[in-house]
Each structure stands twice: as structure tokens, then as C-alpha cells.
Design a binder for this molecule. Structure first.
Ligand code: AVJ
Length: 316
């Protein structure tokens, strides 16, 4: 009998507030995309994954489904499956039949959302030991002792790696490699560069779900900072910048907006924006080079018929 429980890493609230204030007061205001994920933000993201315009989740799922046997063979059975940014745990759960993991370790910054997801999943799979961890893994991958060291498979799907700059992504992959141990590996999904006519609607959909996801960050900031953002004062923007190979999401002030928070505030002029997310896209070659530079080898890749998305398994 195993129990699902959450190992809670208490976030340092002072450090969070300091980071938020630094971004809001910057000459070019920015907020890290990890703050998109409060409980509502996590639900909105799960809904985005079902949008017709948002191809990454569906395309990745298709690749995993089509190649499940080969992936299972490459990965092996009885792994310690460490799911980075697990969200509702739905993607990893689809791997269970093929991989039969010995332990499942979902990790997410959105603690309450993860707690509900893992307790539901534990009921469905009582034979798998589950240890949910609420933590921000973008800085450090220091995992608690409950996480087995044998056969670690880090699962980082959905092109979440795209939220890092290429330099940060390279460093992060190095951290993952170090956390793998000798017999570990990485199963990762990455979105590929393609026509902006496909990319941009994925981040600016017709029914406004992504706009709501972006604007909800302001409500999260109100809670975290004691701020008085009004979402109605802001407009969602999403653009592909081919020079950087990234989608940028912004929140743009509809008029002059005065915002106050505990101990400070800022006047935003009309049209001024807060940069809330970058989502980098890669070529296959650039991404494979990055994996190898991070110390991974024996890389196997799978893609979809359109070559829109890439799934790789790499050994430490
Ligand atoms: C979770 C970072 C992969 O960049 O596509 C979806 C987040 N932002 N729609 C992405 C997101 C807007 C997503 N990642």
C-alpha cells in the first residue's frame, strides 16, 4: 500500500515579492511566467490544451501514442518517473501502462492543484508509489530523500523548456543531467519553429482563453503583492519574434494605469506593456546540440507528420 502525499517546500514569500517588484519596476516591465500558475491559472492552462488552435499538447500526445512501444523500449520499465510541471498529471498518467514506473514524483509550483491531481491519481493506481512535490524547480532540482535514486526518468513535456531562454535552458538541462544519476534519463517534448500563421493563433485564440490565462496573472499578483491591478485595464498580446525564435506574451495598458501594491506602485502609460511569457521554439538541430552540450547522449527522437513538435529520450 502506498500513499500519495505532498512534500511542501514553503516558498520564501519575501523573495517572491522582491522578484515581482523588481520586474514591475523595471524599465521594461516583466513578470516570470511561473506566476501564471495559481489554482485558476492551472485550470485555464488545462483548458488551453483543449483549444483547436493550441496544437502542442495534442501533437505531443499523438507522438507519444504513436511511438509508445519504441519509447517504452528506450526508457525501460520500473523507472522513477519525475514529472516536472506535472499540472493535472494527465500526460504522465498516459505513460503508466507502457512504462509501469516504480515511483511517480509529480513536481509543480501550483501546490493546491497538484495535491488534488495526485490524490485522485493515486486512487486509480494504488500499485505505484506517488510522492507529489510542491516546489519551484526552475532554480534548483534538489529533490528530497523520498525520491528514489535508481533509474530516474525526468519527464518534461509540453515544451515547457521553452519558457527558459536558450542559455537558461542549457543550464537547466545540465541540472537535470546531474540529478539523473548514472542510469537516469530525460523524456522531453519541444515545440519546433514553424509558420507564424500557426504559432500566433495558438497564443491568441478566438475565444479568448489565452487572454484570460494571461490576465489572470494580474489577479495572482494582487494576492501575492497586495496589489490593485484591474484586469479590464489591460489587453492580451501575443507575437512571434522570428529573430529570437520566440512567442512573446504581453499585457498592454489600455490607457494610463496607476497600480499600487504594499510598499509601492507604478504609473503605466497607455500602450506600455508587461512582458509575461516567452515561449522559445527550436529547430531539431539546435535542440539536439543543446541536449548533447548538457551531457546527454544516446538521443532518440520522434516527431509528427508535419514536423511541428519533437519528443526526445536521452540518457545521462
Ligand atoms: C506550458 C510553457 C509550454 O509556452 O506553450 C500556453 C504555456 N502560454 N499558452 C507554452 C502557454 C500560453 C506553454 N508552456
Amino acid at each position: 500500500m502506498s500513499y500519495g502525499f505532498i512534500q511542501l517546500y514553503q516558498q520564501n514569500d519575501d523573495a517572491v515579492r522582491a522578484e515581482l517588484r523588481e520586474g514591475l519596476l523595471d524599465e521594461h516591465p516583466w513578470i516570470s511566467p511561473k506566476y501564471l500558475y495559481d489554482a485558476l491559472g492551472s485550470k485555464l492552462f488545462a483548458a488551453i490544451c483543449a483549444l483547436p488552435e493550441y496544437y502542442p499538447t495534442r501533437t505531443e500526445q499523438g507522438i507519444l501514442q504513436e511511438n509508445m512501444r519504441a519509447i517504452g523500449k528506450s526508457v525501460g520499465r520500473g523507472v522513477t518517473l519525475i514529472d516536472l510541471g506535472a499540472g493535472d498529471c494527465a500526460k504522465a498518467a498516459k505513460l503508466f501502462p507502457a512504462l509501469q514506473p516504480a515511483q511517480y514524483v509529480p513536481v509543480d509550483i501550483s501546490v493546491e492543484y497538484l495535491r488534488e491531481a495526485v490524490s485522485a491519481l493515486q486512487c486509480l493506481h494504488p500499485q505505484i508509489q506517488m510522492n507529489g512535490i510542491g516546489m519551484d524547480f526552475s532554480g534548483s532540482l534538489d529533490l528530497p530523500d523520498e525520491v528514489r535514486r535508481e533509474k530516474r526518468l525526468f519527464f518534461y513535456p509540453g515544451s515547457s523548456i521553452g519558457n527558459f531562454t536558450p542559455e537558461q535552458a542549457a543550464a537547466f538541462l545540465g541540472n537535470v543531467r546531474d540529478a539523473c544519476g548514472r542510469d537516469g534519463g530525460l523524456l522531453i517534448g519541444v515545440d519546433l519553429i514553424k509558420d507564424p500563421g500557426i504559432l500566433e493563433p495558438a497564443y491568441d485564440d478566438a475565444i479568448g482563453l489565452t487572454a484570460a490565462f494571461n490576465l489572470n496573472m494580474l489577479q495572482h499578483l494582487n494576492v501575492l503583492l497586495g496589489a490593485d491591478f484591474r484586469p479590464n485595464d489591460w489587453r492580451h498580446r501575443a507575437r512571434f519574434h522570428s529573430g529570437h525564435g520566440r512567442i512573446e506574451m504581453h499585457l498592454e495598458a489600455r490607457s494610463e494605469v496607476q497600480v499600487r501594491w504594499n510598499g509601492g506602485g507604478r504609473l503605466f502609460h497607455e500602450g506600455q506593456w508587461i512582458h509575461t511569457e516567452s515561449s522559445y521554439k527550436y529547430t531539431r538541430e539546435a535542440f539536439l546540440a543543446m541536449l548533447e552540450r548538457a551531457g546527454f547522449g544516446e538521443v532518440r527522437c520522434w516527431t509528427d507528420p508535419n514536423n511541428w513538435f519533437l519528443v526526445c529520450h536521452a540518457r545521462a
